[in-house]
Write a protein that binds this ligand. Sequence first.
Ligand code: DAH
Length: 350
Amino acid sequence: MERVGAIVTFPDFERLEGYFSSFKEDLVAVKTIDELNRIKGKYLGRNSLLGELLSKLRELPQEEKKKWGQKMNMLKTEMEDMLKEKYHVLHFEKEKRKPLDITLPGKKQWTGTFHPVLIVRDQILAIFRSFGFRVESGPEIESDFYNFEALNISSDHPARDDQDSFYLNEKWLLRTHTSPAQIRTMQKLTPPFKAVVPGRCYRRDAFDATHSPMFHQIEGLVVAPGISMGDLKGTIEAFVHRFFGKERRTRFRPSYFPFTEPSAEVDVSCGVCWGEGCRACGHTGWLEIMGAGLVHPQVFLNVGYDPEVVQGFAFGMGIERIAMLKFGVTDIRWFLENDVAFLEQFKTLR
Ligand code: DAH
């Protein structure tokens, strides 16, 4: 290896300045990447003056070691940066000199994709936005009050058993649904309003084909004087037609939720068999897409609204479930596997 400068002892550190200017001179003269590599070895390699000094640093007393260590490392970084810059210049020039062969295939650009759950979330939100809904948000860490109490789910209510929760302590937990955002939205806004709230939810469920301990929901809430079940049905039907297609029918089945009365489970007709019954719909002709109902008067009282003055409807749907129905995904775990081949299928959708 070429050497600049003789074997050094520590007082020779001052010579580094000369070392740097000779490095710069050499660098300017460099014409090829091979030459550049040679310059790199000459000035920064293990046997270079700088390399040797760095390895000898250890022998210096503490104070000196610090002072020179800093100086030399700064110099080293600067030289490395200059080498990198020169590399890019040379590389670019080399590429430029290549004759352009327009018969070669183009270079394919790799692009990322949006996650299918996000795509579906945004499609759903866009539809409700077009209906005049505003988009609100709520925290993923909720208090017992917002997640249960205010929604008319008291501490001894059996509905709590359906939602095995991740508690952080006595009072706080990871929200088990987006419904607590109903309470927060009502506390924040004054009726009349229409709002949707997307977000992550958590339940202590086994991770299997249809359950995931972390999943997404979209909550809907409309509050105004005179809201009825007819408003709920019309809104959901319009949503289903926009999202799944005009030919799909909706069905409301009586159900129970503590925070709505009456409550319903909403089904959409199966898009595989058109209601005949097949494997996709469990031979029923229908697919469940959400829970819904008219806001329970007690919920209004809990946020200081007068249930004699305003009425409302609410609904909640799981985004993964809707995405599975829309795209025919049979296992919820696909959404969390990070399998590029799976995710790339949704590339063209947004
Ligand atoms: N929060 C319910 C759940 O997670 C879903 C739900 C049902 C939301 C009825 C609603 C509703 O707003 O009205 O299972």
